[in-house]
Write a protein that binds this ligand. Structure first.
Ligand code: SAH
Length: 204
């Protein structure tokens, strides 16, 4: 999966590739889709959500330019697969999911893989995690109508936020860097995520 779907497409961030090689994706895929766990696609999980395509997980993780020392906030725990990859590339991961049942299942899998540097929260991630802010990096794994300002306010100076922004069905993946002069915004690619629902997302 990693060589053909990810490295071959030019993704070369070593820490990300190592993490993708070490985390068994089938642990995070529902039993009815086990045979497809290493295919080049997103798959359905419970609560009408999805586990992201492996390439997209790789792209978003490498876009964060992690060195292993960062505190990272993830919005949208979902299956927990992206969380596992982040936990191998960062010092500490804080992850928020609005569905308690998904958060609980993800936690069980992550515990069983001994990912110990993760803190979980159930709630509206569009508001971030003010008690633990600021974060070196923030990753949103659901599509927002616009960049949630609460999240922009929770990144350190020189930090970055990676977030899909656009319509309910299609978005652009943005990387927003915080600099002393303000925020700079880059478009990384076109993408398709489930909607980010919440106070600074789509209405639920
Ligand atoms: N990274 C996950 C992607 C899951 S899909 C994976 O690969 O498995 C996106 C997730 O974001 C869904 O689980 C959805 O419930 C969650 N979500 C949507 N809006 C949210 C919000 N405001 N706060 C927290 N989680 C949210």
């Amino acid at each position: 999966m990693v060589s053909t779907q990810i490295e071959n497409r030019g993704l070369l961030h070593a820490l990300t590739l190592e993490a993708l090689r070490s985390v068994p994706r089938h642990h995070f895929v529902p039993s009815i889709h086990q045979k497809r766990a290493y295919e080049d696609r997103a798959l359905p999980i419970q609560k009408d959500q999805t586990i992201s395509q492996p390439y997209m997980v790789g792209l978003m993780t490498s876009a964060l330019e992690l060195t292993g020392k960062e505190r990272v906030l993830e919005i949208g725990t979902g299956s927990g697969y992206q969380t596992a990859i982040l936990s191998r590339c960062a010092q500490e991961v804080f992850t928020i999911e609005r569905h308690a049942s998904l958060a609980q299942k993800a936690r069980q899998e992550l515990d069983s893989l001994l990912c110990e540097n993760i803190r979980f929260r159930v709630g509206d991630g569009t508001l971030g995690w003010p008690e633990e802010a600021p974060f070196d990096r923030i990753l949103v794994t659901a599509g927002a109508p616009e960049v949630p300002t609460a999240l922009l306010d929770q990144i350190v100076e020189s930090g970055a936020l990676v977030v899909p922004v656009g319509g309910k069905r299609e978005q652009q993946l943005l990387r927003i860097r915080s600099t002393p002069e303000g925020h700079s915004r880059e478009t990384l690619c076109h993408c398709t995520f489930v909607p980010l629902l919440g106070q600074q997302g789509w209405s639920a």
